[in-house]
Design a protein around this ligand. Structure first.
Ligand code: AMP
Length: 211
C-alpha cells in the first residue's frame, strides 16, 4: 500500500500520517524529518539542504529523488509506505511514478489535506517541535521539555513569519500543480477537510481510503 499525503505546511499531514501508520501497519517517511535529521547530524545532505529549508524554499528535486529511491528500495517499505510531504513538484511526481513503474507497485491513493491559509498561519505560528523526536506541539513554549521523549521543544526556523509566508507561496506555485498532475495521470486523488479535531480528520482520511 503506497499512499501520498499532500497539503500545505501545517495542514496536519504528519499527525494524520502517524495515525495512518497505526491503522494501516505500514511505516511513514517524511522528507522534512529525514532532512532535519541530516541537518542536525551535519551530514553532506544536511549541509546542502539547510539554507533552502531555513528560507522555506524547496530543496532540489535531485536530493528528494535520492531519498525517494532509498525509501522505496528499503526492506522496511516492502509492505507499503505513507509518503508525507515527499512529493512537492511535478518533477518529483514524475520521478515517483517512474520508480513505482520500475518496481511494479501501484500508487494506492493521494490524500490532499485542505485548509485555509489564515488557519495555517495561526497554527504554524503557535507550533513548537521536539528537536529529538520531531513531534509538533501547539501552544507549548520553546524550551519546554518534550512530554513524549524528554527532548527540547524548539520553534523551527521555518515556522518564523517570513518563512511561513514563503512556504505557503511555494506550496501554491509548485505543489498545488502536483495535485492536477496526479489526477491527469489517473491516480486516485481524494481531498480531506483538515479542519476539525484530530479524530474527525482521521475519520475523514480513513473514509477517503475506503476504510
Ligand atoms: P516539512 O517538515 O514537510 O514542512 O518540510 C520542511 C522543509 O524541508 C521544506 O520547507 C523544504 O525546504 C524541505 N522539504 C521537505 N520535503 C521536500 C520535498 N519533497 N521537496 C523539496 N523540499 C522538501
Amino acid at each position: 500500500m503506497i499512499i501520498v499525503l499532500l497539503g500545505p505546511p501545517g495542514a496536519g499531514k504528519g499527525t494524520q500520517g502517524e495515525r495512518l501508520v497505526a491503522r494501516l501497519g505500514v511505516p511513514k517517511v517524511a522528507t522534512g524529518d529525514v532532512l532535519r535529521a541530516a541537518v542536525k547530524a551535519g551530514t553532506r545532505l544536511g549541509l546542502e539542504a539547510k539554507g533552502f529549508m531555513d528560507r522555506g524554499d524547496l530543496v532540489p528535486d535531485r536530493v528528494i529523488l535520492g531519498i525517494m529511491k532509498e525509501t522505496l528500495s528499503s526492506p522496511e517499505t516492502a509492505k507499503g509506505v505513507i509518503l508525507d510531504g515527499v512529493v512537492r513538484t511535478e518533477a518529483q511526481a514524475e520521478g515517483l511514478a517512474g520508480m513505482l513503474k520500475e518496481i511494479n507497485r501501484p500508487l494506492d491513493a493521494v490524500l490532499v489535506f485542505t485548509i485555509a491559509d489564515d488557519v495555517l498561519i495561526a497554527r504554524l505560528s503557535a507550533r513548537t517541535t521536539c528537536d529529538h523526536c520531531q513531534t509538533p506541539f501547539m501552544d507549548m513554549a520553546p524550551g519546554t521539555t518534550c512530554p513524549k521523549c524528554g527532548g527540547h521543544l524548539v520553534r523551527r526556523k521555518d515556522d518564523e513569519p517570513d518563512a511561513i509566508r514563503r512556504r505557503l507561496e511555494v506550496y501554491t506555485a509548485q505543489t498545488e500543480p502536483v495535485i492536477h498532475w496526479f489526477r491527469d495521470h489517473g491516480a486516485k486523488v481524494v481531498s480531506v477537510d483538515a479542519v476539525g479535531t484530530m479524530d474527525e480528520v482521521e475519520a475523514r482520511a480513513l473514509a477517503a481510503l475506503g476504510r
